[in-house]
Design a protein around this ligand. Structure first.
Ligand SMILES: Cc1cc2nc3c(=O)[nH]c(=O)nc-3n(C[C@H](O)[C@H](O)[C@H](O)COP(=O)(O)OP(=O)(O)OC[C@H]3O[C@@H](n4cnc5c(N)ncnc54)[C@H](O)[C@@H]3O)c2cc1C
Length: 378
């Protein structure tokens, strides 16, 4: 990893999600002392509720794709060091109609298709790779740069690795409710008044936009997004690739230059819930499946059943068999709505807040953290 530092500093990281953890990890690698605090006993928000996808394929051409490719490189290195379930498994976006397949052929001819690792596969080639995909479809767009991690191993795997260093301290149940800056550095305090001081501070609160942090979001172009997710009951057969349906091409900006107007309208239900199928194979033989998107707060506390019926039908068509859903949950992420790829603001000298990477936060996290740490080295 290319992040280097000349002198050891004490870095305070607030938030135990993937954005905070990647900052902690790379700051430690750069030779600093790191103290990472988390308000819960165990982090339980977006970073453990997601698909665990490192999804390069749909990233917007230009700066976003460059950041994703750098992140992908870093994931490969981190995956060799820490037990996070990283694998370069690739993805298959499956065409269930001729129009979808022709759009995928367009995607495979985009100028940056090679960088993304795109290739077109006909059904027999898909089945040679993935015998489980025995359903009714035409072919697929394979993306060899896409990868995956196990969300339930990721944060503990990174922390276990970091705990091997005497320069790393993990403090759960530390709910930061204020911070101050003076010439001796940055100081965070929790609700009981306990204070920790450091040279640099990174606030990575995810979608916690309220409390003492609310003033930084006052005029920010940022929103919260609510998603419904699920997991199928484990089966014995193994699927390697992650899988998506062509609805994902409607949503990912990487495909926005394609002639998407040739697609028929989405089903009413999929349109209403802003749905696509994403499916990530898990080590235990289950698949994480989703998702829906709700953009308007207040979000309901209820899980709605119809989206799962839609996902089950799409999965049954692609796999040629039905899978039982064993778990359902929801998640919320923070998303920048400006042209910025994510939200970063200096809140005091040597103190930044970093969030808002939206549905690409897991993918981009190591490259985002690298950008922060490089900015300190200037
Ligand atoms: C359902 C779902 C599926 C997704 N799938 C993918 C995917 O497959 N690939 C991808 O790239 N991205 C995906 N994303 C997006 C990605 O998960 C998020 O962008 C990413 O996890 C955000 O990480 P974070 O660390 O900023 O936030 P979080 O994971 O929310 O972590 C923030 C942490 O900060 C702590 N915290 C907050 N305030 C304080 C405080 N005052 N004091 C102390 N601690 C505090 C919280 O308790 C929390 O643990 C998905 C998101 C969701 C919700």
């Amino acid at each position: 990893m290319s992040v280097k530092s000349l002198t050891m500093k004490r870095i305070l990281v607030v938030g135990g999600g993937i954005i905070g953890s990647m900052h902690a990890y790379l700051a430690l690698k750069a030779g600093h002392e790191v103290i990472q605090v988390e308000r819960d006993e165990v982090p339980s928000s977006a970073s453990v509720r997601n698909f665990g996808l490192v999804w390069v394929s749909g990233r917007e051409k230009g700066a976003e794709l460059e950041l994703a490719l750098r992140a992908r490189e870093l994931w490969g290195e981190i995956g060799l060091e820490a037990s996070i379930g990283f694998r370069a498994n690739g993805s298959l976006t499956v065409a269930q109609s001729d129009v979808e397949f022709s759009l995928m052929q367009e995607a495979a001819a985009m100028p940056d298709a090679d960088q993304r690792g795109f290739e077109i596969l006909h059904k027999r080639e898909v089945q040679a790779l993935e015998p489980m995909l025995a359903g009714n479809y035409i072919g697929a767009l394979r993306c060899t740069t896409d990868a995956a991690v196990e969300p339930l191993l990721l944060l503990t795997g990174l922390r276990d690795f970091m705990k091997r260093s005497e320069r790393y301290t993990w403090i759960p149940n530390f709910d930061v409710d204020s911070f101050t800056h003076n010439e001796s550095g940055n100081h965070i305090s929790d609700v009981t008044g306990k204070t920790i001081s450091g040279d640099f501070l990174v606030l990575c609160p995810g979608a916690a936009h309220s409390g003492f942090l609310s003033e930084y979001f006052k005029d920010a172009q940022i929103r919260k997004v609510f998603l419904q997710m699920g997991a199928t009951v484990p089966v014995a057969e193994k699927l390697g690739h992650s899988v998506a349906d062509a609805d994902s091409m409607r949503y990912y900006p990487g495909f926005k230059d394609l002639s998407l107007d040739r697609l028929p309208p989405q089903s009413e239900l999929a349109h209403e819930h802003h749905m696509q199928l994403l499916l990530a194979p898990r080590f235990d033989g289950s698949f994480t499946i989703g998702d829906t998107h709700l953009y308007k707060e207040p979000f309901s506390h209820e899980i709605i059943e119809e989206p799962y019926e839609h996902l089950s039908k799409v999965i049954a068509n692609i796999f040629g068999r039905e899978f039982k859903i064993g778990k359902r949950w929801s998640g919320v992420y923070s998303q920048s709505t400006s042209s910025e790829i994510y939200f970063r603001r200096e809140v005091a000298p040597r103190a930044v807040i970093v969030t808002g990477a939206g549905g690409r936060g897991n993918t981009l996290s190591p490259a985002i953290a690298e950008e922060t740490i490089k900015s300190w080295a200037l």
